[in-house]
Design a protein around this ligand. Structure first.
Ligand SMILES: Nc1ncnc2c1ncn2[C@@H]1O[C@H](COP(=O)(O)OP(=O)(O)OP(=O)(O)O)[C@@H](O)[C@H]1O
Length: 452
C-alpha cells in the first residue's frame, strides 16, 4: 500500500456473481487499489466510459452474456486498459481464445487472494511502465512540439524575448506561478538554441535532500555513501552539450548552493566520492514560483547564486491575466485528450467556454488541462457542457464558494480546496505537510497535481 491516499492503480471488476465481486474487491482494496465493479456488460461499458482504469478482471461467463463478446467492446472503448479473463478450470481453452482476442492474461477461479493480487500487480505495473515509456517517447521524440502562441501582449513579449536570448549561453531565470508554463518555455528555449541536439535534462529541486541532490546532479562513485551500489554519472554530465533545467530552484538545498554556483561559473564539478575534477558544457535555465529576492533577504537563498542566475529573467503571467489565451489552450487540450482516450467531444458549448474564460485558474494552465482531461473523459457527446467541467471555485480572496465536507463535490475537489486553504494559512510547506499527515514530497506531488 502506498503511504498516501493515491491508489496503486484503478481496477474494474466485471462478474455476475456478487459474492465474487465482494471478495475480489476487498482483497484488491486491501492491497491499495481503487476498485469499481460491474455485474453485466451494460454496466461494464458505462463504467469504462466514465473513468480511466489501468486493468480489468473480466469474467468469461456473465450469466446470459459472454465475457468474450464484451472483450472487444472494452478494448475499443479503452484500448490502454489491460484485461484479465477470469475463468473456471474447464474454460481454459476459451481463455486462450480470449488472449488471442486481446486479453493480456487469464486467471483461473477459484484463486487465492495472493494469486489475485499478484495478477493485478503485474497488469498495473505493466500499464504504468507503458505510460512511462509513452511519456519518455513524448519527451525524447521532440523536445518541443508546436509554438508557444499567445494572444496576450505580455505573454507574447515573454516568448519574443525567449527567442532572442535562446541562442546565447546566458543563464535564464523563469519566474511565475505554478503551472504557468515555465517548464514548457524552458524546453522551447532549448529547442530554439544551438543546443537542441544535446539533452534537455530536468532536476526537480524540492524532491531531494542535499546529499541525494548532490549525487543526482553530479553523480557518485560506487560505495561513496550507504546504498551507493552503482556508479552514476549524474544529470550534469547527461546535460553536457545541452540544457540543465533546475525546476523550483527556490527549494535547491542551501548547503549545496556553493557547488552549484561554482559549476555555473567555472563549469567544473566532482562526483561524490571521486576527487577527479570534471567539466561539462551546460546551459542553465532555472525556474521558481517563489520570491528569490525575499529568500535572499531571509538568508534562505545565497545572494551570489541569485545574481548568477538572474542574468536574464522572464516573468510568465498567470492565466487569469491572459484569459484571451484560454480558448486556444482549452481547444488544443481537448483535441489531445479526446484523441488519447478515443472520446467523442469536439468542442465546447458557449456556456462552457464562458465559464472557462471567467474562472480565475489558480493552478494556471496545468489546472486547465486537468479540467479538460476530465471533461474529455466523461463527456459522451460532441459538445462539452458546463456540467462536464466540474469547476468548483476555490475561494481564496476571490469571493467564490469555499467547498465544505458534505457538499456535492468530488473527493479530489475537496482535497484540493483543503490543501489550498491550508498552505496559504501556515508558515511553511513543511508545517502544512505535518498538519496534513503526509510527507513533504507527497505534498509537493499533490500541489503539482492540483495546480496549487
Ligand atoms: N502555452 C502553453 N501551451 C500548451 N500547454 C501549456 C502551455 N503552457 C503550459 N502548458 C502546459 O501546462 C502544464 C504546466 O506547465 P509547466 O509544467 O511548464 O508549468 P510550470 O510553470 O513549470 O509549473 P511548476 O512551477 O509547477 O513546475 C504542462 O502540461 C504544459 O505542457
Amino acid at each position: 500500500m502506498t503511504n498516501d491516499t493515491t491508489p496503486r492503480g484503478r481496477i474494474l471488476l466485471v462478474d455476475d456473481d456478487k459474492s465474487i465481486l465482494r471478495t475480489f474487491r476487498y482483497c484488491l482494496e486491501d492491497a491499495g487499489y481503487a476498485v469499481t465493479t460491474a455485474q453485466n456488460s451494460e454496466q461494464a461499458r458505462a463504467q469504462t466510459y466514465a473513468a480511466v482504469f489501468d486493468a480489468c478482471f473480466l469474467d468469461l461467463n456473465l450469466g446470459e452474456e459472454s465475457g468474450l463478446d464484451l472483450l472487444p467492446q472494452l478494448r475499443e472503448i479503452a484500448p490502454w486498459m489491460r484485461v484479465v479473463m477470469a475463468t473456471a478450470q474447464s474454460d481454459i481453452s476459451t481463455a486462450v481464445k480470449a488472449i488471442h482476442a486481446g486479453a493480456t492474461d487469464y486467471l483461473v477461479k477459484p484463486c487465492s487472494p495472493e494469486q489475485l493480487r499478484l495478477c493485478a500487480d503485474k497488469q498495473v505495473q505493466t500499464r504504468h511502465l507503458e505510460m512511462r515509456v509513452q511519456q519518455l517517447e513524448a519527451d525524447a521524440g521532440s523536445t518541443y512540439k508546436g509554438e508557444m502562441i499567445s494572444a496576450n501582449p505580455a505573454m507574447s513579449a515573454v516568448v519574443q524575448m525567449a527567442k532572442q536570448v535562446a541562442d546565447t549561453d546566458a543563464s535564464i531565470l523563469l519566474l511565475g506561478e505554478s503551472g504557468t508554463g515555465k517548464g514548457m518555455l524552458a524546453r522551447a528555449i532549448h529547442h530554439w538554441s544551438h543546443r537542441a541536439k544535446g539533452g534537455f535534462v530536468t532536476i526537480n529541486c524540492p524532491s531531494l535532500s542535499s546529499e541525494l541532490m548532490e549525487s543526482e546532479m553530479f553523480g557518485h562513485q560506487k560505495g561513496a555513501f550507504t546504498g551507493a551500489s552503482e556508479r552514476t554519472s549524474g544529470r550534469v554530465s547527461q546535460a553536457d552539450g545541452g540544457t540543465l533545467f533546475l525546476d523550483e530552484i527556490g527549494d535547491f538545498p542551501l548547503p549545496l548552493q556553493p557547488k552549484l554556483l561554482r559549476f555555473i561559473q567555472d563549469k567544473e564539478y566532482e562526483r561524490v566520492g571521486d576527487p577527479v575534477t570534471r567539466v561539462a558544457d551546460v546551459r542553465i535555465i532555472a525556474a521558481t514560483n517563489r520570491n528569490l529576492e525575499e529568500m535572499v533577504k531571509e538568508k534562505t537563498f545565497r545572494e551570489d547564486l541569485f545574481y548568477r542566475l538572474n542574468v536574464i529573467t522572464m516573468v510568465i503571467p498567470p492565466l487569469r491575466e491572459r484569459s484571451e489565451d484560454v480558448p486556444a489552450l482549452a481547444e488544443a487540450a481537448l483535441a489531445r485528450y479526446v484523441k488519447a482516450y478515443r472520446r467523442p467531444a469536439r468542442g465546447f458549448s458557449a456556456d462552457a467556454m464562458q465559464q472557462l474564460k471567467k474562472y480565475p485558474w489558480p493552478g494556471n494552465v496545468r489546472e486547465l488541462q486537468n479540467v479538460i482531461e476530465r471533461a474529455a473523459i466523461i463527456c459522451t457527446d460532441a459538445e462539452v457542457q458546463t456540467a462536464h467541467l466540474g469547476i468548483v471555485e476555490v475561494a481564496r480572496d476571490r469571493g467564490g464558494i469555499r467547498p465544505r465536507a458534505g457538499d456535492a463535490i468530488s473527493i479530489a475537489d475537496l482535497e484540493r480546496a483543503h490543501i489550498t486553504a491550508l498552505v496559504t494559512s501556515v508558515e511553511s510547506l513543511d508545517d502544512a505537510a505535518k498538519l496534513l499527515g503526509i510527507d513533504s514530497s507527497t505534498l509537493y506531488r499533490k500541489r503539482k497535481q492540483y495546480g496549487i
